[in-house]
Ligand binder design. Sequence first.
Ligand code: PEP
Ligand code: MG
Length: 850
Amino acid sequence: MDDAAPQKPDPDDIDVTPITPTARVQSPTHGGRAKCLQRLVRLDLPVPRTVALSFRTVHRIAAGRLPDIDALLAEFNPGALLCVRPSSEDPDWGGPGAVLNVGMNAAVLERLSAQIGVDAAHRLYLRFVQGYAIHVARLDPDVFEEIDAETPVTGLRTALAAYEEEAEEPFPDSPAVQLAAVLRSMARAWEGTSARLLRQGKGAPADAGLGLVVQEMALGLGPGECGSGVLQLVNPQTGLPQITGRYLSQSQGRDALRQGAGSLYLERDPRGPSLEELAPAAFAELLRHADLMRRRLRAEMQIEFTIENGRLHILDGIVVPMTSRAAVRTAVRLAEDGIITREEAILRVEPRALSELLHRQVAPDARRDTIGRGVAASPGAATGRIVFTAADAQALAARDEPCILVRRETSPEDVRGMHAAVAVLTEKGGMTSHAAVIGRGLGLPCVVGAGRMRFHPRRRMLVSEDGRTFQEGDAITVDGTSGTVLAGAPPMVEAMLDDSFRTLMSWADAARDIDIRANADTPADAQTARNFDAGGIGLCRTEHMFFEPGRLTVMREMIFAETAADRRAALEQLLPMQRDDFVQLFRIMTGLPVCIRLFDPPLHEFLPTDRAGLRDLAEALSLPVSDVTRRVENMGEYNPMLGMRGVRLGVTVPEIYDMQARAIFEATLEASRDGAPVVPEVMIPLVSTPREVEIVKTRIDAVAAAVRVEHGRDFTYRLGVMVETPRACLLADRIAQHAHFLSFGTNDLTQMTYGLSRDDAGRFMSDYVSQHVFDEDPFHVLDTEGVGALLKIGLARGREGRPGITASICGEHGGNPESIAFCRAAGFDYVSCSPFRVPVARLAAAQLAI
Ligand code: PEP
Ligand code: MG
């Protein structure tokens, strides 16, 4: 083809479609608003005449190719005023503001003055000139916004003169010229770079299109009852059925929603006249239409309407924007009313939004004075006084004063302080750092890695990102949902677990096909897991049981024991404590599996880090502080996460696992007394070779045999292996031969696959994500390419070695919807996550199965 030849006009390029019940109007070509208006037309609602312009048409307009404007005008009543509105595929992507009263000129002014009164007609014209000047001609808004609309006759004169002066041409009189300019300016506004970046930030694709709808205006001003408003049948905050909205006499567009607009109430109200009193027939009709829209559009809809001399016009409908709690109630009620199916109700709630229901949150409309940002490590929000030590947190909690524990990072010594605090803020750390894991387990709001704030624990001072100083005792708010720190105490909304929530979750459980267990370390966690209907405990990190007051010192005595006999003596003290915990866990989880992991963390983590800790330990061991300090230094490791931890302790200091196995088996016998026999699951961490499993298994079997003989009673148990090193994935076939189940620890596996410290990655993670080195924090969302490849190899080889072996994921990824999708597709039997994430995981799993 000759390049220079003129292109043949493509008739599809210009698509100006009057909205009729049968017109070809679709969301992906004309936008959601156009499609919704067509549905309203099909329902035979009183919608003013409307014409839709497709995405392609609007794109052409932006490039300078206009449709036939005279033909477009001919679709409407002669001399009618028009309104032009944006229609993008997803209303959340925004778009240019609507322009009202297009077509206004001297002749229309004269006609309307006779029809609706001089003042009202001038008001319409003035409004048009103001909107046109600012949004279409892009003149200085200050000049036009100042003009007084209360004196519309002089106001209009001023506005027209100002237009002529600023634009250096008279205000256009021709409706065709006006409409063409409005269409062109809206089309171009959509294609501008800042608008594109803004909507891409909301998830719109780079080439998202804009449609436009041109609608004949219902005026809302004039004699009789005239006005405009919005109405919906649901309270958008609570989701409870309630007629809500605003109405303002003698107004148009969304005037009624403007603050201080002095709107009237919709229903009879002692505070003032209501629409129901002013225009009872129109109000009754509006309610009928609202109900019809709810049933036929299968959603709670917000209706934009105008009353013109008592006559109702429906201009538009959008799905009511609501809070998460309202979304849950609405989905369930629509399903219970038979409007949508249960499956649709499940699909309509965003799993992550459930976290908002499980915790207190900063009120959505609260003013936020943000002083710092970090990783949103554990959801929910809490306000309290700043404290810098665990001891101070406990002291304040004892006086019933809520406090926020602010630390550079947390260690086992801080756990008591974390229990006492209402929220935690740390300078360092990422999604799987100590503070994050414990915070999620406790349901405690937590922001970690807020490295752009400055932490001065010695000076008891915290400096915000913008340089403001906060002292110990000052009130701040940690918002672990958004990962922000706020000054002061913004208003909050309470957690809500009502019947709708439970109903939705029961529907989700019926739909899903992958099990969800909880990571629960203490009886309190187990109770939370049970309350959230977890299918069992997938990971009990037993070391967390040693963080309680009293136990830590015994634990340290055990670590410092010089002989096996001394070590056994300390372990004997720990044995009854562990046994009691396990009995409680088994009882709380009656009928459900409980998987207990043997001691995993580096012993290094249990060493005292400050003088007070060293002194306490010296006292307990009756040794001079200097001796204890030396031994602490000797036991320190350069790289504790790759050092003396997990099964390596089981092999080299076997007394610890012996004690834990005994505690588990004695608790098994104890808890089996009251009912069905308990079958505990015992799990070995950080394995990298089959021989480790053999050695530990032999000892555990021996402990089991001894307990059976001593108690004269039998029991069974299931032995499992945590696959969390790359080598364990590669050797999973041989490892599986010694195990009943394999549980993949994706936290350590991610750490070791990337060679990335889970405790330090928070420092640069935001840079890595913002520069697209990583799509997401891999400790948060499973890296399906790299870590995922190892998981698949491990799973396949494990099942080769032992067909049908139970396989699961118990890293923090277990609560992440994208990661659950991967696990389900790969064929894992269950995922295990923090108790507070169990509902999110249950819903996400159900959505995958639908
Ligand atoms: C893991 O590594 O994924 C895991 C669950 O164990 P932890 O987080 O306790 O190391
Ligand atoms: Mg691990």
